[in-house]
Design a protein. Structure first.
Length: 229
């Protein structure tokens, strides 16, 4: 067995005492530390990002280094919060209330959920619904993005995150909602039911395992280097 194969096998095992239940409330300092060094669902799109040539995109390498640094330091990386990001965060509660009022479903707020079998993989759903569902809200800063979503459906850039959350949680479906309170009803809300796609999830799983193995190789090399100083 090669070193890489050994690391992949290690990446597929989870210590018995590692939690798989939701952890701290999202956005808190504790939540940031819960997810330090993890490959998270919100960044799965970067993990699978490729150029037209089929080679990994630059954003994959950037995210890989973020994971390496977090695992070495044990500290969350600083991320700039843009006006657009803050807007989306500020609208999430209003979006949830609008969804619950329109559908009669209750959205359970949760923290960071770790994959039940793969270590260092997890995600933070915007919410879980009953036994089989989940919920993801996006509130674009630019209303034009919301309008295009009304016309064309969920942007493909969100597929990896939503399918990844179904993979992590074992859920069967996810409701994607685009919400823009600046528009009049019913144009202010778009909901699309996303069914679990096991073919996509299988490929995603392979990509995530390979990504985590690369992170583990680099972390191990850095630790060996530190020990030699």
């Amino acid at each position: 067995m090669t070193d890489m194969e050994a690391l992949i096998n290690r990446a597929q095992r989870r210590p018995d005492d590692e939690r798989v239940e939701p952890t701290s409330e999202q956005g808190t300092a504790a939540w940031l530390y819960d997810r330090v060094g993890f490959c998270t669902a919100s960044r799965f799109k970067d993990v699978i990002a490729k150029l037209k040539s089929g080679k990994p995109a630059e954003k994959r390498g950037t995210y890989l280094m973020e994971c390496v640094v977090e695992r070495i330091t044990g500290q969350p990386q600083d991320h700039f919060t843009s006006s657009a990001m803050q807007w989306g965060s500020d609208q999430e509660q209003h979006s949830r209330m609008a969804y619950e009022a329109a559908t009669g479903r209750i959205v359970e707020e949760v923290g960071f959920i770790k994959h039940p079998t793969l270590p260092m993989v997890g995600g933070s759903p915007d919410g879980l619904i009953a036994e089989d569902g989940g919920w993801e809200s996006k509130s674009p800063y630019n209303s034009a993005v919301h309008i295009y979503t009304l016309i064309d459906g969920m942007p493909p850039e969100h597929e990896a995150q939503i399918q990844g959350l179904m993979w992590i949680t074992g859920r069967k479906w996810w409701d994607f909602q685009s919400f823009d309170p600046r528009l009049p009803a019913p144009l202010n809300r778009y909901v699309q039911r996303i069914e679990r796609n096991d073919i996509f999830i299988k490929q995603l799983e392979s990509e995530v395992i390979a990504f985590n193995a690369e992170v583990a190789v680099m972390v191990e090399k850095l630790r060996e280097y530190t020990g030699s100083i």
